[in-house]
Design a protein around this ligand. Sequence first.
Ligand code: UDP
Ligand code: MG
Length: 313
Amino acid sequence: MKLSLVVPCYNEEDVVYDFYKETNKVFADKVDSYEFVFVNDGSKDKTYEILKAIHKVSDNVKVINFSRNFGKEAAMYAGLCNTTGDYTCVIDADLQQRPEVVLEMLHILENDSSVDCIAAYQESRKESKVVSLLKNGFYKLMNVISEVEFYPGASDFRLMRRKMVDEVVKLTEYHRFSKGLFSFVGFNTKYIPYEVQQRAAGESKWSVAKLFIYAVEGIVGYTTAPLKLATFAGIGFVAAAFIYLVIALIAGIISGSLSSAVAIITLLLLIGGIQFIFTGVIGEYLARAYMQGKNRPVFIVKEMLTYEDEESE
Ligand code: UDP
Ligand code: MG
């Protein structure tokens, strides 16, 4: 059994060596074979020098050095593409996610063959109430409007079996939102709570603005619902035009006078509505072309029982 750790690093000079040391300490005598796949995501500090030094003195360390900062999503992808373990874990370099939790995850996967992935979620979040509220709202919305399931509080911190990693790396889309991709490929994921530690050193690379952009990525990547909104708005406007016309006509007949404003307002609502409907039609075509452009597989087979009663995976 071999374990691979994918570690995205961006400006982590203050902590990456401690992470390496600490993980080795925790894994000693507990994991027989493991590798580190560090990805230096265009760090502007000494992270790469430190990784090179670590690489020099060890025989289980790979270092992928990006030409610039491509973001954590790209770093995770590069790491996953270069793992060889039977199990692969994505873990941050800042020791906020303790290596002890990886052992806990490993224990579950090794003892329960029905589970393919263990994902850790933060039980109590160490962040402001407003950010928590926004994040929860985002996950609720995503679960309603997209076909994939998002578990509130779940992070990228997870351990997967080889077959799941193989499917994730087959998804080559440029705009990646891994929490969605992990969910998209399916397989049986078990969620366990974990306590997020304080950053051992260095600082978080996330800001509210970055989180917002990330959330938009999630919505746009997993649902084409916004493209279809125009259709509903159009139907609403056309319906409003008719309701308004009927009410105005009845009121006109009762009072005995009909103003020309009625015709103008009805026409405005009607034309606006028709335009929206056709925008929605364009959206429907665009949505299909967009999804096709992602080239996601139509299905993913977990195992197949053939008529010879052989199990092939
Ligand atoms: N990270 C990265 N590229 C980036 C930003 C972050 O590889 O552009 C890495 C970072 O070095 C860390 C992990 O992603 O290992 C999580 O980042 P961070 O700790 O800043 O996020 P937070 O824990 O605050 O959510
Ligand atoms: Mg962190």
